[in-house]
Design a protein. Structure first.
Length: 129
């Protein structure tokens, strides 16, 4: 996928003007199992397909849907290690909010904060978490 061997950092453009590392990330998501969230009047449903990549995987050890707070959950398609880092960060952000305001973090605010963490990776190209 790297254009003529160009794939340096997250913020390095190839000669054709593409951020190759971002394309790699999008390809990883595209190769992942589909995930869906459905909102109903009395709750939500998060679902995803578990693709068994190898017979060596223990199906019980792979968690693709995780609780963040009592009322917020997270599901992923893409890279498992990245997801686990984001789950830990989301839980930490939710805890910090609760310690300051003594109430659960609103879902929209948590989404914005986690999205900001993800965006930081594309700007700084260093390990932030």
């Amino acid at each position: 996928m790297a254009e003529r061997g160009y794939s340096f950092s997250l913020t390095t453009f190839s000669p054709s003007g593409k951020l190759v590392q971002i394309e790699y990330a999008l390809a990883a998501v595209a190769a992942g199992a589909p995930s869906v969230g459905i909102k109903a009047s009395n709750g939500v449903v998060l679902a995803t397909e578990k693709k068994q990549k190898s017979i060596l995987y223990d199906e019980q050890s792979v968690h693709k849907v995780e609780p963040i707070t009592k009322h917020i959950g997270m599901v992923y398609s893409g890279m498992g290690p990245d997801y686990r880092v984001l789950v830990r960060r989301a839980r930490k952000l939710a805890q910090q909010y609760f310690l300051v305001y003594q109430e659960p973090i609103p879902t929209g605010q948590l989404v914005q904060r986690v999205a900001s963490v993800m965006q930081e990776y594309t700007h700084l190209s260093c390990f932030l978490l």
